[in-house]
Design a protein around this ligand. Sequence first.
Ligand code: ADP
Ligand code: ADP
Length: 230
Amino acid sequence: EPIVIARNVEKWYGNNFHVLKGVSLTVNRGEVVVLMGPSGSGKSTFIRTFNGLEPYQKGSIEIDGTKISHNLKNIEIVRREVGMVFQQFNLFPHLTVLKNVTLAPIHLRGMTKSKAEEMAMQLLERVGIDHQANKYPGQLSGGQQQRVAIARALAMKPKVMLFDEPTSALDPEMVQEVLQVMRSLANSGMTMVCVTHEVGFAREVADRVIFLADGCLIEDTTPSEFFNNP
Ligand code: ADP
Ligand code: ADP
């Protein structure tokens, strides 16, 4: 059952730079899709259109039946349903780990503080950071901060999770702890679209690998096909 349907998405930056040249992708509920391709091919731009971080000019995008208008008119609903994790963790530096996770549920979902904190602690436990709940992001390692960012995105109970090179800014020894959290999320049935260069993760976890080059989707296949026929 499709949950993300992107049809012929086209986008220009400014008037001249055609960054997405008609990209289509359907993601079924519970699927894990890894998006690969050269730097600058439009991977990040493409997934950012899924939660309304980027407007687009042609085509259509639907998330669980809700259309994301090209000019981001109806973006609030969709943004709550699509969680995103960035390369640079984007945590609020002046808020504790716990507050980073409870902020959106309290202010955007109207959850009470005590409910939000209870949920946040469960999520922090799930990513292995519950004992650091009262620290500030700057007191944590990059890998720990990224796991907090994942917990924060999950706190909105998203239907789809987007990952934009979540391990690229990490020291090598911290990459696996983040991939492990992503693996367990995939095993729990979360629908995920991940831009990543982590071949091991793609091989083991992805249901499909999509290859984008120069704004065009040129391959949509299984990891075994993708990695065995270079
Ligand atoms: P990828 O994620 O595949 O590396 P991006 O989607 O980040 O690719 O970028 C695709 C192209 O669009 C790159 O050439 C990049 O420099 C350009 N680009 C990205 N963001 C902007 C922007 N806000 N304005 C103009 N060009 C941009
Ligand atoms: P990534 O590949 O991880 O998206 P980039 O370095 O391509 O990172 O982009 C970082 C930020 O700079 C993004 O917000 C992107 O939109 C913006 N950006 C990238 N290229 C350009 C560009 N040519 N002109 C304006 N903004 C850009």
